[in-house]
Design a protein around this ligand. Structure first.
Ligand code: GLA
Length: 394
């Protein structure tokens, strides 16, 4: 009898050991920088080092941004044993040395690969090499892996991502696993125990409401996030794609609204601009501690849309300590005056009905207390601007 039970116990342990993701990572949305939005395939160790330096020098590292992630095009082939090879011209010192440099700055290091045999840019992907690649990443000191879905050849998405998760787990280095499947197979329904974040849309583009083949403006993406709030929480986040703040194509108010709404969505804050040349204006948007604070709130709730009317949205994000963030977003290009009475607000998500004057209102961008919910609120908003309020119990 004993001879039969023992292998069964070992088998059970193995199944448990190799079928989990790393818990306690990404308990708040991950914050960092990724090369794709600004640099595309033009990646190199010199540029990545420059970004790591700028992340620290600009104060963004102090504001909470941690990960420096190389997206597609760092890889050129595999050796005779199947080991993945970095481009020797663009990364002459090798990826391990680069990861060490990033770590020496007090930052974390991320890399990119893909479910298919090739990546989206046609470089060698992970298919058939998952465990070998995971061991390589672990030996290089990788802390974050973005895993794309090009050339998937109709593989079952859930199973494909499970394979890579198990490979990472077997390599035993805690690595954030970022699923980049573009929402095609509704990852919010199955990815919670596989990855720490999953893309919910096709690719973002630096514009407010453009709607191209694979290029979406942040307002178009925002619309797609409306039903997804219930799937996000500590350790598992909806990812509406990386930020475009600081890239050409949006004015100051559009950029600030984009950032504010990504914070409201509890989205991963992965910057996509050139950190070494950004303007003070861009830096001021990206480093606003109060806005970041609501993104990083430990309750980990994603905002949901309370109402939408004639181009104006109201979004609500429950925060810890019985506080709520409210974003009033003017999606139109025209300025508006928006007045509303709290008596219309039910108790649907507030601990107490706001019409009882139960909450104090603080305007984040004006850095001012605005009275209580006893009196109606009047917001004057320029085109594409957002008013951000934090309500706390009296
Ligand atoms: C896909 C992803 C992008 C980026 C590119 C790289 O389009 O969605 O975020 O990683 O591939 O080729």
């Amino acid at each position: 009898m004993k001879k039969i039970i023992l292998p069964a116990v070992i088998l059970f342990l193995n199944v448990n050991l190799f079928s989990q993701k790393f818990e306690n990572l990404a308990m708040t949305p991950p914050m960092g920088w990724n090369s794709w939005n600004k640099f595309g395939c033009d990646v190199s160790e010199t540029m990545i080092k420059r970004m790591a330096d700028a992340m620290v020098q600009s104060g963004l590292a102090n504001a909470g941004y941690q990960y420096i992630i190389i997206d597609d095009c760092w890889q050129t082939g595999r050796d005779a044993q199947g080991n993945i090879l970095a481009d020797p011209v663009r990364f002459p010192s090798g990826i391990k040395a680069l990861a060490e440099y990033v770590h020496s700055k007090g930052l974390k290091f991320g890399i990119y690969s893909c479910v298919g045999e090739k990546t989206c840019a046609g470089r060698p992907g992970g298919r058939g090499h998952e465990y070998q690649d995971a061991l390589m990443y672990a030996s290089w000191g990788v802390d974050y892996l973005k895993y794309d879905f090009c050339f998937h050849e109709k593989l079952n998405a859930e199973a494909a991502y499970q394979t890579m998760r198990d490979a990472l787990y077997a390599a035993k280095r805690p690595i954030i696993f970022s699923i980049c499947e573009w929402g095609s197979n509704q990852p919010w329904l199955w990815a919670k125990d596989i990855g720490h974040l999953w893309r919910t849309t096709k690719d973002i583009y630096p514009c407010t409401n453009c709607d191209g083949d694979f290029k979406f403006g942040w307002l178009n993406i925002l619309e797609e996030q409306v039903p997804l709030w219930k799937y996000a929480g500590p350790g598992h986040w909806n990812d509406p794609d990386m930020l475009e703040v600081g890239n050409e194509g949006m004015n100051f108010l559009e950029s600030r609204s984009h950032f504010t709404m990504w914070c409201m969505l509890a989205a991963p804050l992965i910057l996509g601009n050139d950190l070494s040349t950004m303007s003070q204006e861009t830096l001021s948007i990206l480093s606003n501690e109060e806005v970041i604070g609501l993104n990083q709130d430990p309750l980990g709730k994603q905002a949901y849309r309370y109402l939408t009317n004639e181009g104006v949205d109201i979004w609500v994000k429950p925060l810890s300590k019985q506080r709520y963030a409210i974003a009033i977003l003017n999606k139109t290009k025209d300025s508006i005056t928006y007045e509303f009475s709290w008596k219309w607000w039910g108790k649907c998500f507030f601990a107490e009905s706001p019409q009882d004057g139960a909450y104090q209102i603080y305007n984040v961008f004006e850095k001012k207390k605005m009275g209580t919910t006893e009196v109606p609120y009047k917001a004057i908003l320029e085109g594409r601007d957002v008013t951000l309020l934090i309500m706390s119990k009296m």
